[in-house]
Design a protein around this ligand. Structure first.
Ligand code: ZN
Length: 234
């Protein structure tokens, strides 16, 4: 096995490791964002339930006030009834009082329903508040988790970067520009291993001549995908 193959395999492995570390680093903020989005959604749901609760309470208050007004009116009608001077006046007032009593009874039922709804919504608000608190906790936990992992990942990246640069010293000067272009285009996949005479990046077969040259340690770029190829150790 030629030195170049071992060196390129090592370089490729380092690049893959660095890529893995960078992907992990990139993933952190996305994981936090997912939790933040979930929290924002829960917060909207809580606000909606709170608004419904407030509206229902206002409605109950309004109906309560209406009932008080109606009761005052009824007391007034009763006073008038006591002072009615004619039978006709008496009958009219009696009819009005009966109708108003009926209306108040309906209103009282409505108020009870309303209060019942207020209670139900209040319990829903409490549930939604708990869900929001849990979602906030999720964001905090994820943020801590990402921050804890980040320190280690950054340290690994700091160690891998110079190791990659050192491993790149195996590449001959005349191929360096091509290699750099490949790294810019493909990142950690600038290199490709050859297995069973096939480039594992594009699955095109090498000629027998190229296989011999590759094993002999020649720096070869795949004729199909252009990547720097190497024969890995078995
Ligand atoms: Zn290829």
């Amino acid at each position: 096995m030629a030195v170049s193959n071992n060196g390129l395999q090592f370089l490729h492995e380092l690049q893959q490791k660095l890529k893995g570390v960078q992907e992990e680093l990139d993933k952190g903020p996305r994981l936090i964002k997912v939790k933040e989005n979930a929290l924002a959604k829960r917060q909207v749901e809580l606000d909606e339930i709170k608004a419904l609760h407030t509206a229902q309470r206002k409605l109950a208050d309004q109906k309560g006030l209406q009932l008080k007004t109606n009761e005052a009116k009824l007391a007034d009608l009763n006073a008038k009834l006591n002072m009615a001077s004619t039978n006709r006046e008496f009958d009219i007032l009696k009819g009005q009082i009966a109708a108003d009593k009926m209306a108040n009874s309906v209103l009282e039922d409505e108020i009870l329903d309303c209060m019942d709804q207020v209670d139900k919504l209040k319990s829903k608000v409490a549930d939604a508040e708990k869900i929001v608190a849990d979602a906030k906790d999720d964001v905090r936990k994820m943020t801590e988790q990402v921050a804890a992992a980040e320190a280690g990942l950054k340290e690994r990246a700091t160690r891998l970067l110079p190791a990659v640069a050192e491993a790149e010293s195996i590449i001959p000067a005349e191929h360096m520009a091509t290699y750099r272009r490949l790294v810019i285009a493909h990142g950690a996949d600038a290199l490709s291993s050859v297995e069973n005479s096939v480039c594992t990046s594009c699955y095109v077969s090498l000629s027998p001549q190229q296989c011999v040259e590759l094993r002999g340690g020649k720096f070869i770029f795949c004729i199909s995908c252009g990547k720097l190829i190497y024969a890995p150790q078995a």
